[in-house]
Design a protein around this ligand. Structure first.
Ligand code: F1P
Length: 347
């Protein structure tokens, strides 16, 4: 992970629209909204980016599951930047969704993609090529973090063109990006604690993942990783939704993984955690050093090495990937080739 992100950001000296190709400045100037199209893990990268694009660049952003969007009648807008996200660049649904958007008259297109020679890169006007390297496993891991790196850069470039960032803010964000490989290495050092969690998960049949705000898509991705490679039935919810249904599932046999960074939503999240504890659910909490959540009976806490502001999702996803990996190892399932799944879904 640290190397993939470092490679993806190699050569980025400053935030400039041209990182995305010739003509990017002119196109970004005209953009008034964003439509993100993707599948699977790449879709969750898009869901995360929505928070950045709306919170930092202040551009209304819609994220669509490509397999649905491709068949939908929508109202096109000439100011929309269509952003596809794909590890392979060959996913049939994402390509079809892109072509659908183009056929509706949306001509501003950009892809965040790991394969420079792919159909996706050929068919989009602009591109950011991630450098995740070869992913051996079917389940996307490095691709996800490198997509997030590319999408954060896109957010900064759009914010810059729209005049929504001061030079100081831009410099701070860039500094945080440059520090990411070191921050990811520090997260990887949590592995022994995650192996300990994985032992608790190995004999479970169900798991719940909770997050709020920027970390809700990370909860979704954590649940996807667990189901893809361990075959444990896992669901993720925005924690405030618990009381609207999923609380009925909570028992002492239901591990509840909670992504709990010390952000403005933490107090709300803590009351959601109490709702789980009151029903006997066992919490596995990824907290920051200063989240003031202690391990106790029924609450297992792993502390992240540092609080990472808007880039925090890039760090929080790694322990969840490791949890799925070590749970799969403990259950004896094939982490690289999960049953029924293909690396690239081209039909
Ligand atoms: C999308 C995706 C992956 C997933 C699996 C099937 O692929 O859903 O996220 O891990 O391999 O395909 P892509 O468009 O990102 O290549």
């Amino acid at each position: 992970q640290p190397r993939a992100v470092a490679d993806t950001l190699e050569g980025v000296q400053a935030v400039v629209p041209e990182l995305f190709g010739d003509g990017a400045y002119r196109m970004f100037k005209e953009v008034d909204s964003i439509l993100i199209l993707a599948c699977g893990t790449s879709y969750y990268a898009g869901c995360t980016a929505k928070y950045w694009l709306e919170g930092i660049a202040k551009i209304p952003t819609q994220v669509e599951i490509a397999s649905e969007y491709r068949y939908r009648e929508t109202v096109p807008s000439p100011g929309t930047l269509v952003v596809t996200i794909s590890q392979s660049g060959e996913t049939a649904d994402t390509l079809a969704a892109l072509r659908h958007a183009q056929s509706l008259g949306m001509t501003k297109t950009l892809t965040v993609c790991n394969v420079a020679t792919s159909a996706m890169v050929r068919e989009c006007k602009l591109a950011y090529i991630t450098r995740a390297g070869v992913e051996i496993g079917v389940a996307s891991t490095k691709a996800f973090t490198t997509q997030l790196a590319g999408l954060f850069l896109l957010t900064l470039a759009l914010a810059q063109v729209k005049g929504r960032l001061t030079e100081e803010q831009e410099a701070q964000h860039l500094k945080a990006m440059r520090h990411l490989p070191a921050a990811l290495s520090a997260v990887l050092a949590l592995e022994p604690q995650i192996i300990n969690w994985a032992e608790h998960f190995a004999d479970k049949e169900h798991a719940l993942f909770l997050g709020r705000g920027l970390h809700y898509p990370i909860a979704l991705e954590g649940a996807l990783k667990l189901k893809e490679i361990t075959y444990i039935h896992a669901e993720a919810y925005a924690a405030g939704e618990l009381k609207h249904g999923p609380l009925a599932l909570v028992t002492s046999e239901m591990p509840v993984v909670t992504v709990a960074p010390n952000d403005t939503l933490l107090e709300k999240l803590k009351s959601n955690m109490q709702e789980v504890r009151a029903r006997g659910g066992v919490l596995y909490v990824l907290a920051d050093a200063d989240s003031r959540i202690e391990s106790e009976d029924g609450i297992h806490v792993i502390r992240m090495p540092e609080h990472y502001g808007p880039l925090s999702p890039m760090l929080h996803v790694v322990p969840l990937q490791l949890l799925a990996y070590h749970t799969a190892c403990a259950r004896g399932t094939d982490v690289d080739k999960p049953r029924n799944l293909a690396k690239s879904v081209t039909v």
